[in-house]
Design a protein around this ligand. Sequence first.
Ligand code: GLU
Length: 425
Amino acid sequence: MGLEAQATRHINPYEVALAQYDRAVEYLKLPRGIKEFLRVPKRELHVNFPVRMDNGDIRIFTGYRVHHNTVLGPSKGGIRYAPRVDIDEVRALAMWMTWKCALVNLPFGGAKGAVVCDPYALSNGELERLTRRYASEISLFISPHGDIPAPDMGTNAQIMAWIMDTYSMTIGYSVPAIVTGKPINIGGSQGRTEATGRGVVICMDEALHRMGHSDPSKIRVAIQGFGNVGSHAAKIAHDLGYKVIAVSDVSGGYFNGDGLDIDDVLAYTATSEHHLLKGYPHADPISNAELLALDCDVLAPCALENQITGDNADQVKAFLIVEGANGPTTPEADDILNRKGVEIIPDILANAGGVTVSYFEWVQGLQSFFWDVDEVNRQLRRVLIRAYDEVVRVRHQYGVDMRTAAQITAIKRVGEATLTRGIYP
Ligand code: GLU
């Protein structure tokens, strides 16, 4: 079951995030009150605001910004623009940011924001006015040392530039460190756009090496999602010699058993309507559901939450799942996949490349000292492999699966830091 199945059975991502937390926290000896504290968002902002549309009408939009936890440092996390996003989705994503940052040892807590809108149905001018107004509505909640937004689904570097500019205009001077994922000409980092996809491939490569697969040309990879994460993961995997046999997006999927020419696919989406895969001529069309059940070695869900569920996990044929998306696998699906012996590199590790390079961007911005792309990629690899090693060590120590091990590692770090700081007053 793929994207199309979402309409038939809604799974609340926050319930998924809480179920994962409950599963992992059981292994930790932390005071009960601390466990309760880590389970809830620290603060939430709901905003309703007007935007002038191109036809002169005024429309009211709803937005959110949730700070899940700030024990390890300023909260960090993207802003999502999506037509059906709700507060529980933002809570889940904020909580996953807390664990993701802690897992890869960044001095950040977790946050997430969203605006309920369809960014593809707005003109550029409407998108700019909506973004600037949302930025000013949440300006009490964000700051370069308090909470630093970044792109997520439906947002991009241009939107970060407008947020940075809006905040800077109010304050009276330029504050590049207010957001990450900015365009490079206003203080963005080299390597940030590709970072999440690059991290997915670093984790995939590491997992395969550990499983004894050293020849990429023998590995068939299926990638769900061809946005910022999936398209870069596909390109980087393809350049390393992996056989990317299928890709998909909301408009459908495309399959070629001999391996797709990803450069050709990218050339197609560069000029296609809304940059979608629809109509790609050099492969066979498949549905998203078919992609998830494809006969392949690695499956990389790089789109939305709740894609691999209790209803379709049994059909997965890949022996390795690398989660580029946040929350693509439900706990019910985890149980089925674990029983089948499928190795899962969980989201908070596999997609942590984005926030890791966001951290590098933030540090570069604060120091006004910028690195070259080789330095960024080298440091990214170092951070991810160190976290990977740690998760494997914890997995063996507790005798658990990779997701639970990653969560245990992260929760333990935040829990212990909470105890070290002490409870105020
Ligand atoms: N939105 C990305 C994520 O889910 C990046 C967040 C960031 O860079 O702060 O990890």
